[in-house]
Design a protein around this ligand. Sequence first.
Ligand code: MN
Ligand code: MN
Length: 465
Amino acid sequence: MAEKLKELKEKLAYKSPHVWDKLDEDEKKAVETISNDYKDFISSSKTERESAENICQLLKARGFHPESDTRFFRVFRNKCVAAIVAGRKPVYEGVRLIASHIDSPRLDLKLHPLLEEEEMAYFKTHYYGGIKKYHWVALPLALHGVVIKNDGRTVKISLGEEANDPVFTVCDLLPHLARKVQGEKKLSEAIPAEKLNVLVGGYPLPDSEEKDRVKLAVLKLLHDHYGLVEEDFISAELELVPAGPARDVGFDRAFIGAYGHDDRICAFTSLAAILNLEAPPYTAIAIFLDKEEIGSDGNTGAKSRLLEKIYYDILKTLGVTVAPDTVLEMFYRTKAISADVTAGIDPFYAEVHEKLNDARMGHGVVVTKYTGHGGKYGANDAHAEYVGWIRRILNRAEVVWQAASFGKVDEGGGGTVAKYLAYHGMDIIDMGPPLLSMHSPFEIAHKADLYMTYRAYKAFFEAEE
Ligand code: MN
Ligand code: MN
């Protein structure tokens, strides 16, 4: 009887295996190889601009060329990239699109950032995206970004990543004096945004009667090194991000800890998938978007008409005559993945998770039918037919995947670019690896999930049906 029940369970019940139980030794080596490549990528891709630049470099190195009509790419405002591989079938029969985002939560400099208090110089900041402000105090920060000078020249800055570079930091109050001003407040109010000021200097200029001698000394250094004057900050995009490279985590090195897994882990794995693509059945697009973390607004975000521009551009490049409804038809026949991370179950915060329906670390790429919050509000909610198709191609390619949603109903929620791309008429579903500590300065991904995410995206691009 016991045998019979076991047999029945085997036949009927759903089981989500651990990726590690499904891999042979060669595949386990492949996990380590792609993890190392990814660590290199994410350690040098600290901003959307740096990510876009690195993506373009990797595309060029693998034979993608802006002038080609089979493997080509486009860059938009230095913050968005679209990589395209022409398919064997005519492009109007359908497109396979994977959309990720390359912006991450961080501290942006204000327009007038520099000030001096108590003979110390500080940068004032405005945080970007959903951060827990207490994460951003008392840790080493690096400064990345660009400054557009009055004469139009661009000055690039990346300071704080090399071993000998100085770093920057937001100071926190010592516990001895923090009992009332922080300890008695709600966590979300203990560190107000206007206290996220970054320490940038402490030597005063000598022999000066001037006020603000430390601030002036910092301005002089910035002028000597980068040719900057204070007004240049107004036309700059300078971001403070956690300093230092991605690291292996755990005795067994099963995890990667890094800033910006959300969503550069999906950017990297979808890039790897399209880099390795040769003559796919359908035209494949990997698009790397900006501004997801602040609602996908702006002309580099998923809410813009950028995607239409890309589709017209592809038609032109492939020499297809465009009728008034060609692009609309193409959108309608597009199958898409919103490549984004999701929350992995944190065993010590079980109260926010729904264990049957949330994602497990190490159990593979996560297929998320709907995101949104309370009553599926703001969700794309992929159609069952499309989920069925996705399920079939993943199973056929022997990808280890799991289906999950995002915490308990009414606990919170979140969104991705899925609903903005669905607006164009395409079928789209969320798919990506689970993370721990998402939106923190040190997010955690499981290497086996990284590998399966890559395998899933590749299977999607290569699917014949
Ligand atoms: Mn994301
Ligand atoms: Mn996010």
